[in-house]
Ligand binder design. Structure first.
Ligand code: IMP
Length: 203
C-alpha cells in the first residue's frame, strides 16, 4: 500500500481533537486529510472485540462509503488485574455524561473488591488504514505503567490522572501534555504507520 503525495485521506473519527491531532501528524507527508464528519459519513457501531477489530471496521466503513483511503483509530486502558477491562469499553465506562471520574472510581472499586495487589496497566492504540474495497493495514502502540488512586493532575483527558507510565513518578494527568503526546500509545502507533512507507517521504 502506498499513498502518493496529494492523496485524500478520510480521518474516520468524529472527535474534533483526534482529527486535529491526526491532521497535524499527516501535514508533512503531502496528504490531504478530510474528516468523516465533513463528508457526513455515518459512525459505524463498534462491535469488534479488540482494539484492532474496531479500528479496522471504522477504517473499512469510511473507505468504502467515501471511495477514498481512510484512517481510523481505537484506543483504551487495559488493566491487568481486571482481565483487560475497561479495554474496548473505556469510553463507555464513563457513561452518557462522559464523566471519567465515574469510570476511574469504578476501576478503583473493582480492584479493591478483588483485593488486587497488581495495579499494572497499559494504554493501547490501534490504527488502521483501508483502501476502498481493498487492502487494509494496521499498527499498534502501547505504553505500560501502573495505576494510582486517588486521581492526580488536571492535564490530558480520560484515564490520564490514574496512570503513571513506567519510569515516571507523575501521572499522565500531571505530565506536560507535549511530553505525554510524544511518548503515548498513539504516538507509537503513528510512528509505526509513518515508518511503514505507506506515505510519501516528508516534505
Ligand atoms: P475511542 O478510541 O475514541 O473509542 O476512545 C477511547 C477511550 O479510551 C477514551 O475515551 C479514553 O477514555 C480512553 N483513552 C484512550 N487514550 C487515552 C489517553 O491517552 N489518556 C486517557 N484516556 C485515554
Amino acid at each position: 500500500m502506498r499513498l502518493p503525495r496529494g492523496s485524500v485521506l478520510v480521518v474516520a473519527s468524529h472527535n474534533p481533537g483526534k482529527v486535529r491531532e491526526i491532521k497535524a501528524l499527516l501535514g508533512p507527508h503531502g496528504i490531504e486529510p478530510v474528516s468523516a464528519a465533513s463528508l457526513n459519513l455515518p459512525e459505524p457501531e463498534e462491535t469488534g472485540l479488540t482494539f484492532l477489530a474496531n479500528a479496522e471496521l471504522k477504517a473499512r466503513a469510511a473507505a468504502d462509503a467515501s471511495h477514498h483511503p481512510a484512517l481510523a483509530d481505537d484506543s483504551g486502558l487495559w488493566v491487568n488485574a481486571l482481565n483487560g477491562d475497561p479495554g474496548i469499553y473505556s469510553a463507555r465506562w464513563a457513561g452518557p455524561t462522559k464523566d471519567f471520574r465515574i469510570a476511574m472510581a469504578r476501576i478503583e472499586k473493582e480492584l479493591r473488591e478483588k483485593s488486587a495487589t497488581d495495579f499494572s496497566a497499559k494504554f493501547v492504540c490501534a490504527l488502521s488504514i483501508a483502501l476502498p474495497h481493498g487492502e487494509i493495514k494496521s499498527f499498534e502502540g502501547e505504553v505500560h505503567g501502573k495505576l494510582t488512586f486517588p486521581p492526580r493532575g488536571v492535564q490530558g483527558f480520560g484515564y490520564d490522572p490514574i496512570f503513571i507510565p513506567d519510569g515516571w513518578d507523575q501521572t499522565f494527568g500531571e505530565i506536560d501534555p507535549q511530553v505525554k503526546n510524544d511518548m503515548s500509545h498513539r504516538a507509537i502507533a503513528f510512528t509505526r504507520l509513518l515508518h511503514s512507507g505507506i506515505f510519501a517521504e516528508s516534505l
